[in-house]
Design a protein around this ligand. Sequence first.
Ligand code: ZN
Length: 322
Amino acid sequence: MPSRSILERVTAGDILVMDGGTGSELQKRGVDVLKGTSVEHKRMGPEKYEWTTGHGVWSATATFEAPDVVRQIHEDYLRAGADIIISNNFYTCRAMLKMIGEEDRWEEYTRHAAELALQARDSVNPEAYVAAGFAPPYSGDLKREFGGMARVLAECGVDFLLPEYMGGSTVCESPIADCVTAVEVCAATGLPVFLGVCCVTDKGTMYHGESFRELAEALAGCDLAGILLMCSYPDEISVCLPELRKVFSGPIGAYGHVGYDENEKFGSSPDEPYFSIDIGEYTPERYAEFASDWKKMGAQIIGGCCATTPEHIAALPAAVGR
Ligand SMILES: [Zn+2]
């Protein structure tokens, strides 16, 4: 367990490096991330899986099918210099696991994913932080889903909660109202809460055009440790971070994606994967240049999202002067 809390570190003005992609890294290492997707639905037949959506439960099943690989990925990011790793809890809530008929095991999935991250931290760098990162379900009762996740994850002993991939869709009320709900139910555990806002735009707004001022005003009464922009291209984050800085005085940060999506060419040949990984221009060196810019914009927590690798993260400490 770290000797200083994450809140002490960010309040002191420290710069912290976070880890990179987990689901994309699992795929690269040969782990199945297709359960609950439409391709899996076709393969197993509708009687096996009741309903599906594009990303299915994605990395969730790896927690039990490939725990050693999950732990190894956490360890690789810690060895690359990450001060923070995000547990593989992205889609371990009840509503998402329902897609593969495993909804009654959501606590087990949630707990085990957190434990894998905690074990990696304890063995490689006890001063590193474990963020429990979890995304909203496509539909359902957000308060119930996140309230349950937050309670179990707090019991596991994670260092802070990171409701992430928020702002891109509406689960209950609106993207911003759902952000407020997420922060409120997570803060009720007493753990620090950072909010991960996804899919920000090159126009300097949230995904559906809301301004960061609207977001900051809605969150004003919440017990919120910081806001991180995530799962957006580096260029989009560079446009949006200054907008966020103008209207939100708390700690900010960013972890961008660099090319991971459903593959339009899927099915055209046996070699085409369902999710394509193509980092294009965003090499570790180029990504580190963006990270350096983000630090100048005020970012204190900087990592990577989909398709970033341990090599991307290894390039960050020097670039952000940690
Ligand atoms: Zn992502």
